[in-house]
Design a protein around this ligand. Structure first.
Ligand SMILES: NC(=O)c1ccc[n+]([C@@H]2O[C@H](COP(=O)([O-])OP(=O)(O)OC[C@H]3O[C@@H](n4cnc5c(N)ncnc54)[C@H](O)[C@@H]3O)[C@@H](O)[C@H]2O)c1
Length: 375
């Protein structure tokens, strides 16, 4: 489709006013590219909590009520629980709204197809927000690799430890839908948070031709199994191999302003390496990016390494693009399907004992019934 930018601020509605609103809102505050016209959440408490941020916006209990209110909406900022993504996004595209949605896009390829088809049918844009691509230390990591500072890239490693102590409060409502996702075999570490890790690999090194995985579970309470320990390895079309190890350390205290997630990304080159030491939490309190080459270590001490800034910059990019057409837009619905395929290939490999699976060759399958682990 041909997209025509708006010659006035974009009229936007927030759909879902829960935990992550606190970070997404940073893209909208004081932004001349946008006018927030509506706030939607079935929770009266949430609506009352967020209304003072946008005194001129109207509040609604559902997107359907907003759609029939006569208020003109250009774009929806969709912050719904993940199990509602597919139906919710199809509904909102049907109202003629552009959609900027949170990850994970959806749980399976048939849902993804429905969402892409709805965008095509309505002639609207579906963007799956990937805030990690806007995290400055990761952007500099990519630049260091591309500019040859560490020589030719010869390997890639990500590490993630989920810890049970520290960070901000997570509402019970978030745990409820995360449990529903776990019941469908879409765990909180590999699939939910993992979406970002898989996305950054695709963003750094391009398409993946083979994935192998060994995804375990750790019971942490009655009926609650967390998807760790897990190890996923893969090979990109360009020959670069990646490995991502996921560990659960329930009793570890991790200082964090947000979720308690200790993360690192490390690219090894023929003459050095570049490593992002942290992202969501404050695990390694050294420069957020270090680049080693030829016997010299450079530490980047002045990057904007607050994780929340990646939400601000990702959202601003979207609103700027809608308002002015300045692009290219990062990322599209199709690119998000590549992330979904990567995750589904990992599940398929793990279920088959770790065999290699090509994400591009996964067939569209009906969603697994609730309670089924793996695909
Ligand atoms: N990018 C990231 O790093 C990141 C981090 C956390 C969460 N997320 C994603 O953000 C989304 C929301 O997560 P959260 O942590 O804010 O969850 P949450 O449970 O805190 O908030 C969800 C909100 O949606 C509301 N809601 C439920 N049904 C609704 C409906 N039909 N219409 C409108 N609102 C409805 C709930 O009342 C709640 O206020 C999820 O997709 C999650 O995966 C992304």
């Amino acid at each position: 489709m041909t997209f025509v930018p708006y010659d006035r601020p974009v009229r936007a509605a927030f759909i879902g006013l829960g935990r992550i609103y606190d970070l997404n809102v940073r893209a909208y505050a004081g932004n001349p590219d946008v006018e927030v016209v509506a706030l939607v959440d079935p929770s009266e408490e949430r609506r009352a909590q967020r209304q003072p941020d946008w005194p001129a916006a109207r509040t609604f209990a559902s997107a359907a009520e907003l759609a029939s209110s006569g208020i003109e909406v250009d774009a929806a900022e969709v912050l719904l629980p993940a199990p509602l993504h597919a139906d919710g996004v199809v509904e909102m595209l049907g109202y003629g709204w552009h959609v900027n949605m949170q990850k994970p896009m959806c749980n399976d390829l048939s849902e993804a197809r429905r969402m892409l088809d709805a965008a095509t049918a309505s002639g609207r844009i579906l963007r799956v927000m990937e805030n990690y691509l806007f995290y400055e230390p990761l952007r500099q990591l990519k630049a260091a690799a591309q500019e040859g500072q560490i020589g030719e890239v010869c390997g890639y490693h990500m590490k993630m430890t989920g810890s049970g102590q520290g960070g901000w409060d997570v509402p019970v409502s978030s745990f409820e839908w995360q449990l529903e996702q776990m019941g469908r075999g879409r765990g909180i570490l590999v699939f939910d948070d993992g979406w970002h890790k898989l996305a950054t690999a695709l963003w750094l090194f391009g398409p993946v031709r083979e994935v192998r995985a060994w995804i375990g579970t750790t019971p942490v309470g009655p009926g609650v199994d967390i998807d760790a320990p897990a190890t996923i390895v893969w090979e990109h079309d360009n020959g670069v191999r990646g490995v991502w190890d996921i560990t659960l350390a329930m009793d570890m205290y991790l200082r964090s302003d947000y979720y308690t997630n200790d993360e690192r990304w490390e690219i090894t080159g023929t003459k050095g390496y570049a490593r992002v030491n942290r992202c969501t939490g404050r695990g390694i309190q050294q420069p957020s990016l270090e680049v080693y080459a030829d016997g010299v270590m450079r530490g980047y001490h002045a990057l904007d390494d607050d994780w929340a800034s990646s939400f601000r910059d990702s959202g601003r990019h979207w609103l700027r693009w809608l308002h002015t057409g300045e692009g290219p837009l990062s990322w599209s619905g199709e690119e998000a399907v590549d992330v979904l395929r990567f995750a589904l290939a990992a599940y398929a490999s793990s279920a088959s004992g770790g065999v290699g699976v090509n994400p591009a060759q996964l067939a569209q399958q009906p969603p697994p019934p609730t309670g089924h682990i793996g695909i």
